[in-house]
Design a protein around this ligand. Structure first.
Ligand code: RB5
Length: 145
């Protein structure tokens, strides 16, 4: 699967760990930065990641900042993006099943690395349920037009 991942300084370490984890799982990973612990602004990373996903260049995007909140706020401003901020795997599974989320946001200051990996694994391996949920997701797309 082609995945693009981005972070600010708050998520830098976890983002790097997730890059390695995803590559070990056999995914093709584009690291959109940031590339050091120096302070940066999360919108500068959230928007390019989400635009690439919205254009269909990647199957999914993953965003990490300190809380995951700033990243998720930015992500959900991009047309075509349905971003879920997840701190446990149940939400990660349900947002794929019910919302067909295409971007996952996480907070590196909120969850540990092993939990983050489990959330990522669950998110990527869960399919959209469709059915009654399709109609609801379509209403989001209609609103965006
Ligand atoms: C950066 O200090 C922090 O504000 C950022 O990583 C994120 O938590 C914002 O939502």
């Amino acid at each position: 699967m082609k995945i693009i991942i981005g972070s600010d300084h708050g998520g830098f370490e976890l983002k790097n760990e997730l890059c390695t984890y995803l590559r070990e799982m056999g995914h093709e990973v584009e690291d959109a930065g940031c590339h050091s612990q120096s302070s940066v602004d999360y919108p500068d990373y959230a928007f390019p990641v989400c635009e690439a996903v919205a254009k269909g260049e990647f199957a999914f995007g993953i965003l990490v900042c300190g809380t995951g909140i700033g990243m998720s706020i930015c992500a959900n401003k991009v047309r075509g993006i349905r971003c879920a901020l997840c701190s446990e795997p149940v939400s990660a599974a349900l947002t794929r099943k019910h919302n067909n989320a295409n971007v996952l946001a996480m907070g590196a200051r909120i969850i540990g690395k092993e939990l983050a990996k489990e959330i990522v694994r669950t998110f990527l391996s869960t399919e959209f349920d469709g059915g009654r949920h399709e109609n609801r997701v379509n209403k989001i797309s209609e609103y965006e037009k």
